[in-house]
Design a protein around this ligand. Structure first.
Ligand SMILES: [Zn+2]
Length: 399
């Protein structure tokens, strides 16, 4: 499945004026899986980036334009994460809680492409973590409104979001024959000793363009659809959430992990696979399953060591009155036990504490002060993490 890009691609280095080494080649291939290299990082000498009239970043110097990773478009009880790089855009999940949230998502994407005319209304890649409607509801409209070059999904033909996926697969076959489709079973993920995840020009179609190679982001799939039990019981295996694609994104020294809605059995499998490596060690964790009690474990957090967590979740009163099933209120998301775990493991603090509604159980919420760098669409609206290749991360929230 690999496209020939070597995991151990050599780093071309040159001397900076101060004598430090600037690693300008594809360093991520080398240090993804090697803590010391990952932490040693790049010493740059200034980032000079301007935009031409089309909004295209023009490289003038030795740095890279920042990437905006929008882990949390505010789609209510759902997930949609836009990765904006200097040379392209990728969307991970296309969910929304209802039709109004789909319209909000579409408005956001139209506005985004209006500001990045150089991207020609093209998503280089859409990754669907799993076929549940809260991750797929906007897919059809997105595929109709924008050019979707590639679609990656877990290949399951079941779940509330399957009709959305099915429509796009059929659509791709008829009027968009150039849309490339990839389904990722877990058996396609190489052993950790061989490679730090699965990648290819399909999974990672974004290059550096005319920027230095260090500006080339990297996208890896760390887990796919599980077909055999591997110690799971029948219920774990049937649970679509456990079949979520897990995605790691690197932009120089900045790194992100998205676990879809993978629940504890899938997270245990993930941690087993990458134990004794730093593959899960990432700066920003998109918290799984909307902050549910069963999709964040202390073992995962010890492996990830996140600096920032972001939770894609609806407002606490969504589905409260009249009471409705399959809503934020009915599920009790995010759950206090998860927010407590994150609070314990994340060191950094928000600019100012926020008072948020956090659930102690289904339909039971308490006002809770969140002081650490835990962001959520329910409290913060759209969340943008501005990331530089040097590892500077700036969260911005926009209601
Ligand atoms: Zn979900």
């Amino acid at each position: 499945m690999r496209d020939g890009r070597s995991v151990r691609r050599p780093v071309s280095a040159r001397r900076a004026p101060d004598g430090a080494t600037i690693a300008c080649a594809d360093r991520r291939r080398q240090d993804h899986g090697n803590t010391s290299a990952l932490r040693s990082g790049i010493v740059g000498s200034g980032c000079m980036v301007s935009a031409d009239r089309a909004g295209r970043a023009r490289y003038r110097g030795q740095g890279c334009a920042s990437a905006d990773v929008r882990p949390l478009l505010n789609v209510g009880q759902g997930a949609a994460t836009l990765l904006e790089f200097p040379t392209g855009a990728v969307l991970i999940d296309t969910g929304a809680q209802d039709d109004a949230a789909v319209r909000k998502l579409m408005d956001y994407l139209h506005e985004f492409f209006n500001g990045r005319t150089d991207l020609d209304r093209t998503l280089q890649q859409v990754i669907l973590t799993h076929p549940h409607s809260d991750h797929t509801k906007g897919l059809r409209e997105i595929a109709e409104a924008f050019e979707v070059k590639r679609l990656t999904h877990n290949g399951q033909r079941t779940g509330s979001g399957w009709p959305d996926v099915k429509w796009v697969l059929e659509h791709a076959g008829m009027s968009r024959p150039d849309m490339k489709i990839l389904a990722v079973p877990d058996s396609a993920i190489p052993p950790a000793a061989v490679a730090p995840g699965l990648t290819s020009t399909h999974i990672d179609p974004i290059g550096a363009g005319t920027n230095p190679p260090a500006c080339d982001p990297a996208i890896w799939i760390l887990a796919g659809r599980v077909d055999a039990a591997h110690g799971w019981n029948a219920e774990d295996l049937k649970n679509v959430n456990n079949q979520s694609l897990v995605v790691r994104v690197d932009y120089g020294k900045s790194s992100f992990l998205l676990t879809g809605d993978a629940e504890a059995p899938a997270l245990a499998r993930l941690c087993d696979r990458y134990s004794n490596t730093s593959v899960l060690d990432t700066d920003v964790l998109q918290v799984g399953h909307h902050g549910s009690h069963n999709a964040t474990t202390d073992r995962l957090l010890r492996a990830v060591t996140p600096k920032i967590a972001v939770i894609p979740v609806g407002r606490w009163d969504y589905g409260k009155e009249p009471p409705r099933e399959f809503t934020t209120n009915a599920y009790g998301h995010p759950r206090k036990v998860t927010v407590d775990l994150l609070t314990r493991r994340i060191r950094g603090r928000r600019d100012a504490p926020i008072t948020a509604m956090v659930a102690t159980k289904a339909r039971m919420f308490l006002r809770t002060t969140v002081a650490k760098r835990i962001y959520a669409t329910a409290w913060d609206g759209n969340v943008v993490i501005r990331a530089t290749t040097r590892g500077n991360l700036t969260p911005e929230t926009r209601q």
